[in-house]
Design a protein around this ligand. Structure first.
Ligand code: SF4
Length: 499
């Protein structure tokens, strides 16, 4: 049996599809991480809102073979809108999010809901993949003997701003992709033939294309297919995914470990720094440039970090889909050189009101009118401040002023003014901190990254928890965010010691 999700795997990579169907143990599929789980939930949320566009819809609740039989029964009974309508034909199996009967035209309409956002023209990031996905369903329904005349894609309208009750007609954009499905139909049919042949092949793949792709593309089969590949390989060179010809040159030249790359092999400046620092172990410390850069920081110093909660479907007034909503900040303050550090923080403990307002009220008291606001990756904090100004226009000016004071400490590392071999070509605070203060670590914390913080907050404010559980999450969140700002303090202090 080939399902729609098998097909999407095939589109990503035929070898992956083969392992998935014939030797799944190689893929060693781990549980989804918090971020991936959130993506799945977002898709489900959009689908739930999409269903509201079809008030007469009936849901097929069963699965597998039973779902096929139940769908047929509902159709025979004259049901005209079916959610999760399930079909099987010639070894292909699909579930249609919302199947709709068009009485005037006497055909079925496939409505495929996605968690992505699209613009006014119905353009979205992964649109082509969505068309293959819906096209596969179209073919299976036709094979099963159902006439499909139209295929729609349902996505979140990225311009949507919540005002009062959510109107699904405004929230969801329906794009007619029938023509595009027809264009891709021959290719999808070829893919189906390809999948059938591949699936029945006993010979397992011996090689795959990821040998020429950066680490982020690799699935667990990579280690299985290339058991001799060094753990820290040329696939890990910084931004190597943007230089496929260079990667190919290294692989073809037999330079597989980062340590093998010859001195004269042409790389970008950043890539060369990464390779040289790794091979020689010599740290780059452009102390004059770092000093000049750090001299721009003005007292009082405010080390700031936000934690945020974006939702696919906005839950607060004035918010858009996936808007980052800051619900927490940590602020370490040093008012003068050598001065003591003060720590202030805010955490919204309820979720019924937009936490931005209380956060900004607290922050504006704490952060004063002058002095640098030191952050790690200022794009993020800047965007959060803009979001606050957008949702609460009374703070727009204030937020603009805060943005003018932002100083991005990450740039020291992003621009390779300081580069250490243990950064492994990266510059996240979690990579940099251990070099400057090995005693400080995120590993011991219950919350160790932004996705965990987001999910923990959601749990704390929206789920039924007892006081002990709530207190624990609160403590974990405060501890995590505080470490982010304290880490910046320590990195700054240690930078001063070495320049
Ligand atoms: S490592 Fe890449 S090319 Fe190889 S099987 Fe996995 S996804 Fe496919």
């Amino acid at each position: 049996m080939i399902t729609k999700s098998d097909y999407l795997k095939f589109l990503t990579c035929p070898e992956y599809f083969w392992f998935h169907k014939n030797k799944p143990e190689v893929l060693d599929t781990k549980e989804l991480n918090e971020f991936e789980l959130e993506l799945v939930k977002s898709g489900q949320e959009v689908e739930a809102w999409g269903r509201k566009l079809f008030p007469s819809g009936v849901l097929v609740e069963s699965g597998q073979e039973q779902a096929v039989a139940d769908t047929k029964k509902l159709i025979d009974e004259g049901k005209r809108v079916i959610f999760q309508a399930t079909f099987e034909a010639e070894g292909l199996y699909v579930m249609v999010d919302m199947l709709e009967w068009d009485e005037n035209n006497q055909y079925w309409i496939i409505n495929e809901a996605k968690g992505s956002t699209c613009d006014k023209e119905g353009e979205s990031k992964n649109k082509k993949l969505h068309i293959y996905d819906a096209g596969f369903q179209y073919i299976v329904l036709n094979l099963a003997g159902y006439k499909v005349g139209k295929v729609n894609l349902l996505e979140l309208n990225k311009e949507y701003v919540k005002k009062g009750e959510i109107n699904p007609l405004q929230l969801i954009t329906k794009t007619d992709i029938t023509e595009k499905v027809h264009e891709l139909e021959p290719e999808i049919n070829e893919n189906i033939t390809g999948m059938r042949i591949l699936m029945d092949q006993d010979n397992e793949p011996k090689l795959c294309d990821c040998i020429y792709k950066s680490r982020s593309n690799h699935c667990p089969a990579f280690a299985y297919l290339y058991p001799d590949m060094p753990e820290y390989s040329v696939h890990d060179i910084t931004l190597i995914g943007n230089s496929p010809r260079r990667l190919e040159g290294m692989v073809e030249g037999g330079y597989l470990s980062i340590y093998d790359v010859p001195e004269d092999f042409e790389l970008s400046k950043k890539q060369r720094i990464h390779v040289d620092v790794t091979q020689t172990g010599i740290t780059i410390n452009k102390s004059e440039e770092i000093k000049k850069f750090l001299d721009e920081i003005k007292y009082p110093f405010y080390y700031l970090d936000y934690e945020t909660y974006p939702t696919a479907v906005p839950i607060y007034e004035g918010c858009r889909p996936y808007m980052q909503i800051p619900f927490q900040y940590s602020l370490h303050i040093q008012r003068e050189p050598g001065g003591k550090y003060e720590h202030l923080e805010f955490l919204a403990e309820e979720g019924d009101e937009n936490p931005m307002k209380a956060l900004v009220e607290s922050l504006k008291e704490a952060i004063g009118d002058e002095g640098s606001i030191i952050v790690w990756n200022k794009k993020f904090e800047k965007k959060c401040n803009e979001n606050i100004g957008e949702v609460f226009p009374e703070y727009t000016e204030e937020m603009q002023k805060l943005n003018e004071r932002l100083f991005d400490l990450m740039e020291v590392f992003q621009k390779n003014l300081y580069a250490h071999k243990d950064f492994e070509g990266k510059y996240s605070i979690k990579k940099v901190l251990p070099i400057f203060d090995p005693k400080l670590s995120y590993k011991e914390l219950n919350i160790r990254d932004g996705s965990m913080a987001m999910n923990s907050w959601k749990k704390m404010v929206f789920e039924e928890l007892n006081e002990v559980e709530k207190e624990q999450i609160k403590k974990d969140l405060l501890e995590y965010c505080k470490l982010d700002t304290w880490a910046m303090v320590r990195i700054y202090e240690e930078l001063l010691n070495i320049i």
